[in-house]
Design a protein around this ligand. Structure first.
Ligand SMILES: *Cc1c(COP(=O)(O)O)cnc(C)c1O
Ligand code: SF4
Length: 339
């Protein structure tokens, strides 16, 4: 007879947290962040005013990759509000890419030939301090289901559009049911061939790549491409590698874009090891973006000469397919422009 206390088959299983719960428990209180990361609270005074404008937001899987006690950690720098953000710098604007000029209706941005960008979700799982959409009027760009009809009609009436990009915010902050519905609507427009998803969510909450997510991405006649946003090799933990493996084994191409950031990744060694690690993970480097002149991000800017030097070092030390295209965006240009 088994004694009452022996319950070997009933041990609590390791509870995996859903991505929605992970999103809900993201750290948004700077004091809590400082405590968790054992940071010197003397710096807190300069954090709080910047946090008011564009709030701190860091989910736990990303937080785990930040070194304790190091205010200069390259991952921490991407998310920590600092006093410099509040300085008004000449040449820095709230809409640096003049996106409002290419925003013919809520939810749709059409700047380049053949592809349109849909603002699928206004929310992000993380707040990146250098974000060029940190001042974007999301409240005017958050269509409900009925309001998607106008962007969908716009795509249907423009036969030149063969690719639709889910963007945001972060499109994967929307739920899979909605994303499946929107994908089906787009797939019903005959001239659209490809669906591209621009997201940082699988990097900051890897459990976002659920079986359902892989399903709507693959159970469509459209060719699906996922473009991640990874800036530093330390962001690529095992959890991210597993999420990418789920996409890759479903046959989805995975690319990456990086923003060149002073104090984060503007070193040849870092960029080279990022490319190497991306490829080990099954991701191809796509773009390395020169920072957009968005108000509040001037301290991340890298000088032109330095950009060219970094490009030369990458070309000299990496195979061609691991050198991302270094690009800059100019309002009104027909594409992103090579440096
Ligand atoms: C970057 C961007 C695209 C995609 O450009 P690709 O060069 O095809 O990657 C499309 N629309 C807008 C508005 C963009 O900013
Ligand atoms: S995830 Fe992308 S859109 Fe969201 S804050 Fe970061 S850079 Fe901006």
């Amino acid at each position: 007879m088994i004694p009452h206390t022996a319950t070997p088959l009933q041990t609590t299983p390791v509870q995996t947290i859903s991505w929605q719960d992970e999103l809900a428990r993201a750290i948004s209180d700077p004091r809590k962040l400082f405590a968790l990361l054992e940071l010197d609270t003397a710096t807190l005074a300069s954090v709080l005013p910047a946090h008011k404008d564009f709030k701190l937001k860091v989910p736990h899987p990303y937080l785990k990759k930040i070194r304790r006690g190091d205010i200069n950690d390259p991952l921490l720098r991407q998310v920590l509000p600092i006093g410099n953000e509040l300085a008004e710098m000449p040449g820095y604007h709230t809409d640096p890419l003049a996106e409002s000029m290419a925003n013919p209706m809520p939810g749709l941005i059409h700047k380049y030939h053949g592809r349109v960008l849909l603002v699928v979700s206004p929310a992000c799982a993380i707040h990146c301090r250098y974000c060029f959409r940190r001042h974007f009027p999301y409240q005017n760009n958050n269509p409900g289901r009925q309001q998607w009809q106008r962007p969908l009609d716009y795509i249907a009436m423009n036969p030149s559009i063969n690719e639709v990009i889910f963007s945001g915010g972060d499109p994967l902050a929307a739920n899979d049911q909605h994303l499946r519905w929107l994908t089906e609507q787009i797939a019903s427009i005959a001239h659209v061939k490809r669906l591209r998803v621009h997201t940082r969510l699988p990097v900051v909450i890897p459990s976002r790549i659920t079986a359902d997510c892989v399903k709507w991405l693959t159970e469509t006649r459209l060719q699906s491409i996922v473009v991640l946003h990874i800036n530093h090799p330390n962001e690529l933990g095992n959890d991210v590698q597993e999420a990418v493996a789920r996409l890759k084994s479903a046959g989805i191409d995975v690319l990456n874009q990086t923003v060149l950031l002073n104090g984060v990744n503007a070193r040849a060694d870092t960029l080279i090891s990022l490319s190497e690690k991306l490829y080990e993970t099954g991701i191809l480097p796509y773009y390395l973006h020169v920072l957009d002149a968005v108000q509040g991000a001037e301290h991340f800017a890298v000088k032109d000469e330095k950009v060219k030097e970094l490009q030369q070092q990458m070309l000299a030390r990496l195979p061609g397919y691991l050198v991302p295209r270094i690009v800059i965006e100019k309002p009104g240009a027909a594409s992103k422009l090579p440096v």
